[in-house]
Write a protein of this length. Structure first.
Length: 253
């Protein structure tokens, strides 16, 4: 039956940026679908752990700063030591630095590109190696953005890195499909999280953005649930290299 293929019972999912926002919502969704969740974050994830446990799931916290590749092996080793395997990786952790392009610093550029792009590739590589060795395939889901398609304003490093994420998703999908690893993306629209707090606090920008969203509201972490469970499940086993927008219609305008 088709609904069976959406179930994630027995699967182990790693979600980065698990302490808050979209990452927290996706941890809960994956747990509700039956997966055991390992949440990676640079700070305490107790709020997420409580929500996952309230949904009847299991949560394992890995504290790591994803601004460099240094913790990658430890993350994968500790999840495999704890749960025995890894089937799903959600590359959700991301950072945005707003500044005029002519004033943008090398430091801000590196901060954004390291988290949003470099570490996404090397964590995916480390997880894919495990999946290939274990011969059970898996699902990798990269979190893109509307700025994977559009230029944005005052966010050059974010736009560059999120545009790269769509290309990386395609590139990895092509190489790893033969191992039963599906690499896909989700491009959230304008969602009410810390990432967009500055925009929502600015009344003018808030009104401009809301006025352009066909659905007429900001998205929420709950809006990510259907897409992440689908792409993490056997229901998506012939979906490769595609980025699905969850945007209230923003890209259709
Ligand atoms: P958020 O609340 O700011 O969450 C970002 C997450 O990434 C947080 O858990 C953050 O941890 C983590 N993170 C950032 N730098 C890190 C680092 N060096 N090491 C470890 N974790 C780090 O925003 P969000 O909206 O949920 O963002 C989740 C993803 O969706 C990001 O990739 C973002 O770019 C993307 N996205 C968001 C929107 C939106 O409208 N909100 C739209 C498109 C795409 P801390 O809490 O410690 O900072």
């Amino acid at each position: 039956m088709i609904l069976e293929s959406f179930k994630l019972d027995g699967k182990v999912a790693i979600v980065t940026g698990a302490n808050t926002g979209l990452g927290q919502g996706m941890c809960v969704a994956l747990a509700e679908a039956g997966a055991k969740v390992a949440g990676v974050a640079r700070r305490d994830c107790s709020e997420t752990a409580k929500l996952v446990e309230a949904a009847g799931g299991e949560f394992f916290e890995v504290i790591a700063d994803l601004s460099s590749t240094e913790p990658i092996e430890r993350i994968v080793e500790s999840v495999v030591a704890h749960y025995g395997r890894v089937d799903i990786l959600v590359n959700n952790a991301g950072v945005i630095k707003r500044e005029d392009a002519d004033k943008y610093t090398i430091e801000d550029w590196d901060t954004v590109v390291n988290v949003n792009q470099k570490v996404v590739f090397f964590l995916s590589q480390a997880v894919a190696k495990r999946m290939i060795e274990a011969k059970h395939g898996g699902k990798i889901i990269n979190i893109a953005s509307m700025l994977s398609y559009q230029g944005g304003i005052r966010v050059p490093a974010y736009t560059a890195s999120k545009s790269a994420i769509i290309g990386l998703t395609r590139a990895l999908a092509n190489e790893w499909a033969k191992y039963g690893i599906n690499v896909n993306g989700i491009a959230p629209g304008y969602m009410a999280t810390n990432n967009t707090a500055q925009l929502r606090d600015d009344e003018k920008r808030n009104d401009e953005i809301l006025g352009r969203i066909p659905a007429g509201r900001w998205g929420t972490p709950d809006d990510m649930k259907g897409a992440v469970v689908f792409l993490a499940s056997d229901a998506a086993s012939y979906v490769n290299g595609f980025t699905l927008a969850v945007d209230g219609g923003w890209l259709s305008r």
